[in-house]
Design a protein. Sequence first.
Length: 494
Amino acid sequence: MRAAPTILHLDMDAFYASVEQASKPSLRGKAVIVGGLGPRGVVATASYEARRFGVHSAMPMAQARRLCPNGACLVPRFSLYREVSDVVMGLLRELSPLVEPLSLDEAFVDLEAGGVAFDSRTARATGERLRADIRAATSLSGSVGLAGSKMLAKVASEEAKPAGLLLIEPGTECELLAPMSVRTLPGVGPATGEHLRRAGITTVGELAQAGEDELVRMVGRAHGVGLHRMALGLDDRPVVAERDAKSVSVEDTFDVDLHDRVRIRNEVQRLADRCVRRLRESGHSGRTIVLKVRRFDFSTLTRSETLRGPTDDPGVVREAAARLLEGVDTTGGVRLLGVGVTGLADYTQEDLFAQAAATLAAGGDPAGDVPAGADGAEGADGVTTAAGPSDAGAAARHATAAGSPAAAGEHGTPGEPEAAAERRWAPGNDVRHAVHGPGWVQGSGVGRVTVRFERPGSAPGRVRTFRVDDPELEAADPLPLVGEPVGEEEPGTA
């Protein structure tokens, strides 16, 4: 615990939904639900307007539609979310070299290490300045918590939501925590919470009063000691900037269970190729190939195979995944498939062989030091870090079941060519018309697609309907949330 509140926790407010509202002026102040739109889609995140109807992350999209029938249901646009996240993380790194990202929308910052705060007054000023800078750079709001420990800083940011700042003065931790639910503490999930409730413990204050010995008796030594320390507001974990990548993976949930063995093999091959693309984009290779299969009864099987050396060869990954599939019974049907690579490195086995051959040709010793590749880039999409995503994006972070592109329904119909998937015009996707300019898809069906033509910073735009195969309408990249000139209207939008 620090004597000054110099650990900052930033949590962007309803991040995915807020990005959508900022980029689509007609949705500002309205209920927005981001997630998979298929029969098995789940909610990645919901705007505060939608949350008032009971919609929350990880909820089945069908249930969210029933609770909020007038909400705008949109597919995720992860490329835009990553771009906005990069801007926010850049602002955090201007404050300190010690920034610990937990997801696209959440991070810890050690303000003392950056020399920008040493007491309550300077910490509060830094937090307020950060919120203003984020608003200016992205037009979005973030909630900031400041405290002497990571746990308390996260509690503070949660209490500050939405769009607020809360600073916990050293010495007031127990008073603040006492009335809060035990579920507020990290590591207290539904099962532990229910176990404590049956013992008559529902608040953090009651947890602290129970004492360490009683908690150890109830939930075991490791968990009991940790719970008691957290109940007292004690947390000595440092902010860690470097987080080793552990795995790269992709998965798809299918609207209808797959039974055809040939179709299942083809899907595994397609997933293997996607996984390798992400692996290469992250600058890594890997030794262990993992296959994940969720069957019709929700039972999940995981199989893995470890290679002799790391690889990023799509053929090698495809073959390994196919071998793993042979050992899995899929006769009852498959609802989800996933392919992953673990044991990451920033070189491939082939690189080592090539370097050894070059060294021998030059008359050197191939057993000498082999430098690792210099172009690795951690943090690319699909890379799971050691600490994993936090609950702010619990469903949204980056890479949880509800927030991943596959589970959220971002993919098109399995097996369809990319062009055909684009012509499906998923609600929320960006488009550009040769006459009317940039816009986004409001909906499509019976051979028609409805587009609202507007851009970030503009007034709500007009709606027009076209044939789905209109040659003047094409998919487009998202526009930046700020900085895009809006003074001149596109032809036809006035």
